[in-house]
Design a protein around this ligand. Structure first.
Ligand code: MLT
Length: 235
């Protein structure tokens, strides 16, 4: 397991990368694809987002957790549930999550995970038969407890699925025991973290309830290259 500030792109070579940003980028990507979006294009800057937009695309993203002025939607899974994204491409820029995805492009496979698709993602990672690097996007280069909790859940699921013994680093062991200790208090744990508190303060507490749901979806977004563009889609 790595945090975004310590992961160099060399970390990912010949591996499967799993990117986690429970609050809220990866939860939003999963929700958008599960509700019918034709693909999510993660970009790093507002300028890149505007440049990538084609007719029919939705421009989405946040800065300081708030919708970017002039964009169609913010970075809220609730918004993706309330507004139809069916058959539309979502161009998404967020402060930490989309940046973490861009860091991992040297991996053989890049999967997008959150609590929402944990079991399906753990199974997909095992099926891909590579060593796995879990990248916790965190917040502003700092570790976020909700991402650690999700990493621990993925490890628990991988352990249960894997026929041979799973070996993990010490950070992995710590996150596994975090999950084992807090598996009955997922919402409370998320609300106690810095990003959870920030979202509650901004009146976005409903997003926490949505993002805290374990295994709501079976879709596992995978990153693909399309010309010079990256796109997350499910197949
Ligand atoms: C991010 O990528 O920085 C986050 O998803 C922030 C947010 O909660 O919108």
């Amino acid at each position: 397991i790595s945090s975004v500030n310590e992961a160099s792109s060399a970390h990912f070579v010949h591996k499967t990368a799993i990117i986690i940003d429970v609050l809220r980028a990866t939860s939003s990507i999963i929700t958008a694809l599960a509700t019918g979006s034709s693909g999510v294009v993660p970009v790093e800057t507002v300028m890149d987002a505007r440049a990538a937009q084609k007719d029919g695309d939705l421009l989405c993203g946040e800065r300081f957790c708030k919708k970017i002025p002039g964009f169609d939607l913010g970075n809220s899974p609730d918004e993706f549930l309330m507004n139809s994204v069916k058959d539309r491409r979502v161009i998404l820029t967020t402060t930490n999550g989309t940046r973490a995805i861009h860091k991992s492009t040297r991996a053989d496979y890049v999967l997008v995970a959150a609590l929402l698709n944990a079991s399906a993602c753990a199974k997909a990672a095992i099926d891909l038969r590579r060593d796995v690097v879990i990248l916790c996007a965190g917040s502003h280069d700092e570790f976020a407890i909700e991402d650690g909790l999700c990493a621990g859940l993925l490890l628990a699921k991988m352990q249960a699925t894997c026929t041979s013994e799973l070996t993990m680093d010490d950070f992995g062991l710590a996150m596994l025991s975090l999950y084992q200790n807090r598996s009955n208090e997922i919402k409370e744990t998320i609300r106690s973290g810095a990003t959870g508190k920030r979202l509650v303060k901004l009146g976005m507490g409903r997003d926490i309830d949505i993002c805290a749901e374990v295994d709501a979806y079976s879709q596992v977004p995978r990153l693909q290259t399309n010309g010079d563009m990256l796109i997350c889609s499910c197949y």
